[in-house]
Design a protein around this ligand. Structure first.
Ligand code: NAD
Ligand code: TYD
Length: 364
């Protein structure tokens, strides 16, 4: 049974990279009973939640956000005060090679979750109804690509370029429409590129660390001069918690760390950190493993976030600089090779079977 003394909150996609960081934060803070709703795709890994999963204010349900009937049961069971929605297909390269799952989860899944949340919200009254929040977690990639100057603000027009960003943009529009049309109390955040521990090693930073120490090439798309604005994942999690608690209904918030780097700068910094912490046995720099490969089709040139609004109105500031955050990240991956080995081998699904049962004691 859920703990009755504290309110429940749903986090979808809580076994993923950012969702697990948010759950580790929320469960540790202890203000909510956190209900993790995650389908456990290849990107979902319950090992990332091992530090909090035995705590009484945490529950997990292996559920697809496209499954309306189960969502209805969960809303009835927990009567959450809100839903923080992170479940998504999230990798641009995968969206180029197979967009179907992105349409299904990011668009149809968000639609299904909105409808289940709306039905729940409609059944409430008084403070429970006015206090309910549907917090949609999105990306700056919905705004498209910047030239050499300028920053994305909350007022930016949407111009998504990849199947991933188009599917996220569609979900943002659904959320906005559900507020405008039905009055569902939604809030939205659009964040820049995250990095940190527990990120699946298909994204730039963990892929480069993994490939470097495995003696594999470091594949740099095109000339490596595309720019991303990097934010340490725990800084994003703190921002999400702050927005969920304090945002007024219908607001959108940009989140970013003001850390614009070209991909080459990122890879060179990673090589320097690895040269220091885990030098190659032949004395050469990991930089010798850099390899230019064909560019990503439709590769967005530059993303950069203007985070003035959340800084000014909610007092949020990132705690990590790019240098401190990247150092922590490299050290984490070097200290946790088994986490990476499990996610690339599929062993973590066996780990899950050994360590997790559902609420009826049945092995997951
Ligand atoms: P991730 O790929 O690491 O995790 C996604 C999680 O969602 C996984 O645990 C997966 O099992 C789950 N999931 C996928 N399909 C599902 C479904 N149909 N039903 C239930 N669960 C499902 O992603 P992430 O990097 O943690 O990103 C989380 C959210 O933040 C996404 O919505 C993404 O668009 C957004 N975002 C990510 C970044 C970034 O840099 N990673 C930046 C800004 C915004
Ligand atoms: P990625 O981590 O996939 O995030 P996103 O595409 O959502 O920004 O990629 C970050 C940048 O790194 C992007 O410009 C593509 C580039 N990149 C490479 O050059 N090589 C790689 O192997 C990967 C995965 C990404």
């Amino acid at each position: 049974m859920p703990q009755q003394t504290i309110p429940s909150v749903f986090v979808t996609g809580g076994a993923g990279f950012i969702g697990s960081a948010l759950i580790r934060l929320l469960v540790t803070e202890g203000k909510y009973h956190v209900v993790n709703i995650d389908k456990l795709t290849y990107a979902g890994n319950l090992e990332s939640l091992a530090s909090v999963s035995k705590l009484p204010n945490y529950s997990f349900h292996q559920t697809d956000i496209c499954d309306r009937a189960t969502l209805d049961q969960l809303f009835a069971k927990y009567s959450p005060v809100g839903t923080i929605h992170l479940a998504a297909e999230s990798h641009v390269d995968r969206s180029i090679h197979g967009p179907g799952d992105f349409i299904q989860t990011n668009i149809n899944g968000t639609f299904t979750l909105l409808e289940a949340a709306r039905a729940h919200w409609m059944s409430l009254d008084g403070e429970k109804k006015s206090g309910f929040r549907f917090h949609h977690v999105s990306t700056d990639e919905v705004f498209g690509s910047l030239g050499d100057s300028g920053l994305f603000t909350e007022e930016n027009a949407y111009q998504p370029n990849s199947p991933y960003s188009a599917s996220k943009a569609a979900s943002d529009h659904l959320v906005r429409a559900w507020h405008h049309t039905y009055g569902l109390p939604t809030i939205m955040t659009n964040c820049s590129n995250n990095y940190g521990p527990y990120q699946f090693p298909e994204k730039l930073i963990p892929l480069m660390i993994h490939n470097a120490v495995s003696g594999k090439p470091l594949p740099i798309y095109g000339r490596g001069d595309n720019v991303r604005d990097w934010l340490y994942v725990d800084d994003h999690a703190r921002a999400l918690s702050l927005v969920f608690e304090h945002s007024s209904v219908g607001e959108t918030w940009n989140i970013g760390g003001n850390n614009e780097k070209t991909n080459l700068e990122v890879v060179d910094t990673l090589c320097q950190l690895l040269d220091r912490h885990r030098p190659r046995t032949d004395g050469l720099s990991y930089a010798v493993q850099k390899t230019n490969v064909a560019d990503r089709p439709g590769h967005d040139k530059r993303y950069a976030i203007d985070a003035t609004k959340i800084q000014r109105e909610l007092g949020w500031q990132p705690l990590e600089t790019f240098e401190t955050g990247l150092e922590k990240t490299v050290r984490w991956y070097l200290d946790n090779p088994e986490w990476v080995a499990h996610v690339v081998s599929g062993e973590y699904r066996n780990w899950m079977a050994r360590n997790y049962t559902d609420r009826n004691g049945v092995q997951l």
